[in-house]
Structure formats: structure tokens, C-alpha cells
Design a protein around this ligand. Structure first.
Ligand SMILES: [Zn+2]
Length: 305
């Protein structure tokens, strides 16, 4: 039995998970403004409190737990969370903190990699030994599997797929480089194009629902088609790079992209399957959508090794 923790900018989810990936119980908590003022302590406190409550309820203790797996945004190095800007963390040794309090072994991985592990074990990547997983949200996170193994770098977080440059001297990225893939193909960049073209309030948090309303309202407006065409073209530039480098059997897209699958996936497939943009013209992998959804973070965190 394991505990999986899905740590995010707006909330934390903790689950008691069987070794086969079944969730026994999962509890979620949103960060309040006060929580965020002392986020490291509150993360530690929440993990301990929620886990203890769930374990007590099922007549278990930390002694019954094989390991606690944590999925977190930011760069993960030796169990430390580094530079998780949406949590306001510069450096936090979460592995040490939780191991000391629970006596359990603690493993920490980037949240996109945890979602990928779940999708690979239980979702739409189950039948593919060589695959690329992308989380398209505020940024783009990724993971690569070859021969069913998650490729793991030795020094830094690695596989910074979102920060491969697809346009030289392009838009400035928060990472310091210009023209990164995530500045053109994340769901945030997709929404930003609507904000720009339709003069929407830049400070408002626009949801997918709002974007779909605009698309409905502006049916036939060539601006909509231009936004979609440009977005898809940029996304495909990145996908083609990944196809040429890793030759995956499948690429799976998750995160906020899932909401747009009916709008965007057919266009992406149509262009990709024309087979004229990648190096090996005859070879195009399957393009699939993540299916493991909301629980993927907790399950994937618990299943990491
Ligand atoms: Zn970047």
C-alpha cells in the first residue's frame, strides 16, 4: 500500500493507493490565501494530516505504507522541489521533511512525469512501449518512455520538452530563452491568442468554457480559423521534432488540451497524417488523448519507482 500526493498551485490531493493503482480514498484541499503565505510548512502539514486521517479511518498506520510518492510542479532534484513558481517555492527539501515525520520512504517526481506514469500503466499509452506524453496547460510538461521505461536524466529534471525552441528569437519565455515550444503550444498560449485578437481582459483567468463561447459566437469569423491554424501549426512543429527524435509509437496529450480534443485533434491528425512534415515520411505515430484524468496525479505519484 502506498500514499500518492498530487501537489499543485491551487490545491493538494492525497490518496491511499493499492499497489495495483486502485485508489482506496482520496482527499483534496484547496490552498487558501493564508496557506500560501507559508506554503512549505502547509504542504508538510497537509500531507501528514490528510494521510494520518485516511490511514486511521482504514485502521492502518504509516508502518503499513511501502512508500509515499509525491508529484510536484517545478524542477525536482534529489527529493527537493526547486523553482516551483506557481507554488512560490524556491527550494524545499520535501523528501527529508516527510521522511522525518512519517518514517516512510519518500519519492518525488515532476507532476507531468507522474501523470505520464499513470497514463502509461493504466491509460491510453498502456499498449505502447515507446511513447511521448505531453501535459499541455499553463506550460508544457513531458515524459518519454522507451522499451516501457521512463527515461530519467541524471543531473537536472531533463526532458524539458516545453522549452525546446521552435522559433528562433521568438516570444520571451519565463525560463530566460526565447521561442520555447510552450510559448506557442501550451493551452495558455492558445487562450492568450484569443485575449489578444478579441481584446479580452488580460488580468482575468479565462477558462475553456469562455473560449468555446467566443468560438460559438464568432462562428465564421476568419480570426478564429487563423488562431486555430496558427496554434495547430506551432503544436505540430513541436510534435514533428519529438517524432523525429524519439520515433515513438504514440504521443499522448493531456492537461487542459483534453477539453479541446474535439476541436483540435482532427485538424492535428489531418495535417500530421499527410506525412510530409517529419523526417521519415512513411512513419507517423498514433496521436491519443490522456484518459486517466483527475486521479492521474495521485496514482502516478504513488506508482513511481
Ligand atoms: Zn522556456
Amino acid at each position: 500500500m502506498r500514499i500518492g500526493v498530487d501537489l499543485g498551485g491551487s490545491h493538494i490531493a492525497v490518496g491511499l493507493v493499492e499497489n495495483d493503482g486502485t485508489i482506496i480514498e482520496r482527499v483534496e484541499k484547496n490552498w487558501s490565501f493564508e496557506d500560501r503565505q507559508d506554503i512549505e510548512n502547509n504542504i508538510e502539514k497537509s500531507i501528514i494530516e490528510i494521510s494520518t486521517n485516511i490511514l486511521n479511518k482504514h485502521n492502518y498506520s504509516f508502518e503499513n505504507i511501502e512508500m509515499i510518492g509525491i508529484g510536484s510542479p517545478g524542477t525536482i532534484m534529489d527529493g527537493k522541489i526547486l523553482n516551483a513558481s506557481n507554488l512560490g517555492i524556491k527550494i524545499f527539501d520535501i523528501k527529508k521533511a516527510i521522511e522525518e515525520k512519517t518514517g516512510c520512504k519518500v519519492l518525488v517526481k515532476n507532476d507531468a512525469k507522474c501523470a505520464a506514469i499513470c497514463e502509461k500503466k493504466f491509460g491510453n499509452l498502456k499498449d505502447f512501449s515507446d511513447a511521448v506524453f505531453l501535459t499541455l496547460g499553463t506550460g508544457i510538461g513531458g515524459a518519454v518512455f522507451l522499451d516501457n521505461k521512463l527515461l530519467q536524466p541524471k543531473r537536472f529534471s531533463g526532458f524539458e520538452i516545453g522549452h525546446m525552441i521552435i522559433k528562433k528569437d521568438g516570444i520571451q519565455c519565463a525560463c530566460g530563452k526565447k521561442g520555447c515550444f510552450e510559448r506557442y503550444a501550451s493551452m495558455k498560449s492558445f487562450k492568450d491568442m484569443f485575449v489578444k485578437e478579441f481584446n479580452l481582459d488580460k488580468n482575468k483567468n479565462w477558462h475553456s468554457k469562455d473560449i468555446f463561447e467566443i468560438i460559438d459566437r464568432e462562428k465564421g469569423n476568419p480570426v478564429i480559423k487563423n488562431i486555430i491554424d496558427e496554434y495547430v501549426d506551432n503544436l505540430i512543429t513541436g510534435l514533428v521534432n519529438l517524432i523525429d527524435i524519439f520515433e515513438p509509437q504514440a504521443i499522448c496529450m493531456g492537461g487542459g488540451f483534453v477539453y479541446y480534443k474535439e476541436l483540435l485533434l482532427p485538424i492535428i491528425k489531418e495535417i500530421l497524417y499527410k506525412k510530409d512534415r517529419n523526417f521519415n515520411k512513411g512513419y507517423i505515430p498514433e496521436i491519443v488523448i490522456a484518459k486517466t484524468g483527475n486521479d492521474a496525479g495521485v496514482i502516478g505519484a504513488a506508482m513511481q519507482d
